[in-house]
Design a protein. Structure first.
Length: 139
């Protein structure tokens, strides 16, 4: 059920030998993202439950879900990029069907993130699902 962009990340992870290289790759994904404008880093876009500062700004065009995100922690920016690869461009209904835990487990993130980072990822996934559910309900 994962997007092509997420599958590319999964394939890259298969070729990387250790977790230090995988973390570097996640960080590079985060560095490649355009930073979020400070004007939209407001309480309404802030994700609660993350140890770092995290903002997610939805961009929903018709039924296509997308978002822009940012964080003050470089590894978290990378995790946002991974979530963007998982969810970006799919329909709001598909967002609700994605088993994020299973997809992220394919990358091994469930085993290699600290408890705080895992909680933050769960909070981001919950926010993404909530945004999609709100849009689906409005239709």
């Amino acid at each position: 059920m994962a997007s092509e962009a997420f599958e590319e990340i999964a394939e890259t992870f298969e070729f990387l030998d250790d977790w230090e290289e995988r973390y570097r790759h996640v960080i590079e994904l985060g560095k490649a993202m355009e930073p979020l404008n400070d004007a939209v880093k407001v309480p309404a876009t802030k994700v609660d439950g993350c140890a770092s500062q995290v903002w997610i700004l939805p961009r929903i065009d018709g039924q296509r879900f997308d978002f822009h995100g940012d964080s003050d922690a470089i590894i978290v920016r990378g995790l946002i990029a991974v979530l963007h690869a998982l969810y970006g461009g799919v329909s709001v209904q598909e967002v609700l069907k994605v088993d994020a835990n299973a997809e992220l487990a394919r990358l091994g993130l469930d085993e290699h993130l600290s408890a705080q980072r895992s909680n933050g990822v769960r909070a981001m996934v919950e926010r993404i699902r909530l945004l999609a559910a709100e849009r689906a309900a409005a239709e």
